[in-house]
Ligand binder design. Structure first.
Ligand code: PLP
Length: 370
């Protein structure tokens, strides 16, 4: 792969050189002091991200624990649900895209699920959620930044409903944490999950969870899959280890990547992601393209990825369009499931420079204008 090839897919995202290099260091035991310090550095950086993802830098929460898993975000999502809900419990799953649906599908395996579903790309109506959540509801799941559509969902409103009924609120912050605001206490979030390979700009293969003290008290590891027993993960995290063999090179990459985030500072990182996504939206609309889904209120748009309706000129042969982008030195994603052939998606997650953002615009523009 060319060093300057521009990866604009919504994960995995480009890695800093030292993150890449850290993964080829000599191996150490996952029970060694060396590894414990890698884990501790990664955990400290994650604590910073989970507890300080506000635009003004004020703390968003404190007192919870960041856990790191061998396994991608889907595993962290499953761990959260399976440790909080069992077969006699009620879960409300809010769905308006592929990843909201994933939460529902996971919860279906462990509990009784009431979906509150909207078309992909439709906004979540908190009133419909309020009708579904009752005092019997144990867990409410939702996705903050719906990567399949580019919509930013109303976590604050849904969190208030969950809190009114004392339900545990589990939120997928996979493509927002590390790139956008995420206000744990203000939004009544009990468990937040994220993925290494998205806005954290770390290698794919690990994921992380922030569990508040309230969530930790409710975890029932014995009802969860053996590998996902969160009581056990919490005990081992106290000594900076994982219960089973850690993916040592990936943890090394993660530790450096979250360290870079702390150096940049979350306020600046959030502001940069907002500037960059706004630039993508403006550039694509200036080229005559339509954003997907079209919204009057810019606050509904994701700040970490942009979805664009494929223009009529390339709808007949979308593969040619994607190949033309790749030939020009960049990679973007198409729509998922039934949105395939309808949209393209461009990420600005991670550490992209303004030069890379502008090069992305030019490359994509040339591919469809030529
Ligand atoms: N949630 C969201 C919002 C995502 O964008 C993704 C992946 O794109 C996932 C969950 C699942 O991540 P993974 O495939 O790494 O498990």
């Amino acid at each position: 792969m060319r060093e300057d090839f521009l990866l604009l897919n919504p994960g995995p995202v480009p890695l800093a050189r030292d993150v890449r290099q850290a993964m080829s260091e000599p191996m150490v035991s996952h029970r060694s002091a060396e590894f414990e310090s890698v884990y501790e550095n990664a955990q400290d950086g994650l604590d910073y991200i989970f507890e300080r993802s506000s635009l003004d830098g004020t703390p968003t929460t404190s007192g919870g624990t960041s856990l790191i898993f061998n396994g991608t975000a889907t595993m962290a999502m499953e761990a959260a649900v399976a440790n909080l809900a069992g077969e006699d419990d009620e879960v409300v799953a809010v769905v308006n895209g592929k990843f909201g649906r994933r939460f529902k599908r996971i919860a279906d395996r462990y509990a009784n699920v009431t979906p509150v579903a909207f078309d992909w790309g439709q906004s979540i109506d908190p009133e419909a959620v309020a009708e579904a959540v009752t005092d019997e509801t144990k867990v409410v799941t939702m996705v903050h930044n719906e990567t399949s559509t580019g919509l930013l969902n109303p976590v604050a409103e849904v969190g208030e409903i969950a809190a009114d009924h004392d339900a545990y609120f589990v939120v997928d912050g996979v493509t927002s944490l590390g790139g956008d605001e995420f206000l744990v206490d203000e939004w009544n979030v009990d468990v937040a999950v994220t993925d290494a390979q998205k806005a954290l700009a770390a290698p794919p293969g690990t994921s992380a969870m922030y569990a508040t003290p309230r969530a930790q008290e409710a975890f029932d590891g014995e009802s969860a899959p053996f590998y996902e027993d969160l009581d056990w993960h919490l005990r081992k995290a106290d000594s900076h280890q994982t219960p089973f063999t850690s993916a040592v090179p990936l943890f090394r990459g993660l530790a450096l990547a979250v360290g870079h985030i702390e150096e940049e500072g979350m306020p600046e990182r959030i502001a940069r992601h907002r500037r960059q996504s706004a630039a993508f939206r403006s550039a694509f609309t200036a080229m005559g393209l339509s954003l997907f889904p079209e919204r009057n209120d810019a606050s509904e748009y994701s700040n970490t990825l942009t979805a664009v309706s494929l223009p009529a000129s390339v709808r007949e042969t979308p593969t040619e369009f994607f190949d033309a982008v790749t030939e020009r030195g960049a990679s973007i994603s198409g729509g998922q499931a039934h949105l395939g052939g309808e949209i393209f998606r461009v990420s600005n997650m991670g550490n992209l420079s303004s030069e890379q953002i502008l090069r992305g615009v030019r490359t994509i523009g040339e591919a469809f204008l030529d």
